[in-house]
Design a protein around this ligand. Structure first.
Ligand SMILES: Cc1cc2nc3c(=O)[nH]c(=O)nc-3n(C[C@H](O)[C@H](O)[C@H](O)COP(=O)(O)OP(=O)(O)OC[C@H]3O[C@@H](n4cnc5c(N)ncnc54)[C@H](O)[C@@H]3O)c2cc1C
Ligand SMILES: NC(=O)c1ccc[n+]([C@@H]2O[C@H](COP(=O)([O-])OP(=O)(O)OC[C@H]3O[C@@H](n4cnc5c(N)ncnc54)[C@H](OP(=O)(O)O)[C@@H]3O)[C@@H](O)[C@H]2O)c1
Length: 247
């Protein structure tokens, strides 16, 4: 079997100058919500490939990817230039451990993201599993600006369908924004603001946190959770924190 599927772009949404969602038709193998596959383009005779989380839930079409245009990057500006009908290579299988099958039972599930790290949680939230397994599911999304708080309509529909089982906390750090907390997530964990606003407990006894996005955020939130007695989850040593970093 060929190492790459030949996908076709079916849509490209530009949320801001630097944030896009790419929709691709490609016969990807079965995947679990939270996993990533690879996208690739041929540039100057070389195939440039990078991992991207799947935003759509398993079993749906097209495949969707939410990504940041890194101006000096070799691949992401080229993905952003693609229009409907153009080809893009897709790795045939997805991978990754930021999935609910790797998460031990708990009362409260916390999905904590910065920037494009929101993507895998959008897939997880559109499956039945979190709603069957957890009493409360809290999505935290931290961005620099309010314009980067994307997928609002999708998240509103998750909220409408799931009622009080779901809460959503936005952080906007570099401008004032109504309805969003100011500052960063670790400070709001330490001073209790995050739990107050989410009305859910963040503790080793009752919670599991999945973290995705900026590696500095992942490290700093992990440290704030460790101060609360939570620890990283490993298959052989079950814990309360699962992570994926994007760079
Ligand atoms: C498991 C995994 C899943 C990923 N999923 C996504 C995803 O769903 N969406 C996404 O946008 N990126 C994702 N990434 C990052 C992605 O693979 C690329 O690195 C990114 O799109 C930039 O590609 P590039 O070739 O343009 O530049 P690269 O040479 O790959 O990166 C250059 C620099 O850009 C910065 N950077 C990389 N990714 C980001 C980002 N997302 N936001 C801001 N700065 C970044 C880093 O400083 C990096 O060193 C993922 C990475 C990993 C490891
Ligand atoms: N977004 C832009 O307009 C922009 C422009 C130029 C370049 N970039 C580059 O793109 C990369 C990613 O940018 P991004 O906007 O997607 O995301 P980002 O820099 O990861 O910021 C997203 C959110 O994460 C917060 N954050 C950053 N470090 C953190 C930490 N250690 N602990 C907790 N929270 C933390 C930020 O707060 P703070 O605001 O307090 O940092 C912000 O609220 C960066 O490396 C940046 O250099 C982004």
């Amino acid at each position: 079997m060929s190492k790459w599927l030949e996908g076709r772009v079916v849509g490209q949404k530009r949320w801001t100058e630097r944030l896009c969602s790419l929709q691709v038709a490609a016969p990807l193998g079965p995947f679990a919500a939270g996993q990533f596959t690879k996208l690739a383009l041929d540039v100057g005779g070389e195939r440039i490939a990078r991992p991207y989380s799947l935003v759509n839930p398993p079993g749906s079409e097209p495949q969707e990817f939410y990504y940041n245009v890194v101006l000096a990057g070799p691949l992401s500006p080229r993905l952003a230039a693609l229009g409907a009908g153009e080809p893009v290579f897709v790795a045939p299988n997805a991978a990754g451990f930021l999935v609910l099958a790797e998460v031990p039972d708990a009362e409260n599930l916390w999905l904590i993201s910065t920037g494009t790290g929101l993507g895998p949680f959008l897939s997880i939230l559109r499956t039945e599993t979190p709603w069957q397994r957890f009493k409360r599911v809290t999505l935290v999304h931290a961005t620099r600006t309010a314009a980067e708080q994307v997928y609002h309509e999708l998240l509103k529909s998750v909220g409408a369908a799931r009622g009080e089982q779901f809460s959503r906390v936005a952080f906007v750090s570099r401008e004032a924004s109504a309805g969003a907390l100011a500052g960063r997530v670790p400070a709001a964990i330490r001073d209790g603001r995050l739990e107050r606003v989410a009305q859910a407990e963040l503790s080793a006894e009752r919670s599991h946190a999945m973290l995705c996005g900026n590696p500095a955020m992942v490290a700093d939130v992990t440290a704030a959770l460790v101060e609360r007695g939570m620890r990283k989850h490993r298959r052989r040593a079950p814990g309360h924190i699962s992570v994926e970093t994007y760079w």
